[in-house]
Design a protein around this ligand. Structure first.
Ligand code: CU
Length: 131
């Protein structure tokens, strides 16, 4: 039986960050299949960060926002999940080099069903690009 894995990632971009600091990557996961999939890990192909984690932003009270690591995110069938500022993001922790505007890198997103999805040319923007 031919198994069609129609899971794609689009609209990827990342925030600038200083060497030693952090950056965050954003994108849209489109699950066109009729089965849910689970994002359980992320990495960067180039050696630009000490750690790469899936994060969510939450309301920490008193008007403050916090963020924390989440072990996995389920992507329901026939749906899209947007990673964006103030929501889910992939955190690049401990940058080994400065990521300035225009720099690109390759993101690897690990899914239970679709396997590793390679997102090429994730570009660093100061202002989020318009879709
Ligand atoms: Cu974060």
């Amino acid at each position: 039986m031919l198994l069609l894995l129609s899971l794609t990632v689009s609209d990827a971009w990342a925030r600038p960050g200083m060497k030693g600091g952090n950056s965050a990557a954003y994108f849209v996961i489109n699950n066109d299949s009729d089965k849910p999939d689970t994002l359980y890990g992320a990495d960067v192909k180039e050696d630009i960060a000490k750690r790469v984690e899936i994060h969510e932003t939450y309301d920490a009270g008193n008007g403050k926002m916090g963020m924390r690591h989440v072990p996995f995110i389920v992507i329901p069938p026939k749906s899209k999940v947007e990673f964006k500022p103030g929501g889910y993001h992939v955190m690049l922790i401990g940058l080994k080099e400065t990521l300035s505007e225009g720099k690109t890198f390759t993101l690897i997103l690990r899914f239970k069903r679709a396997g590793d999805v390679i997102v090429k040319d994730v570009k660093v923007y100061v202002t989020p690009p318009k879709k």
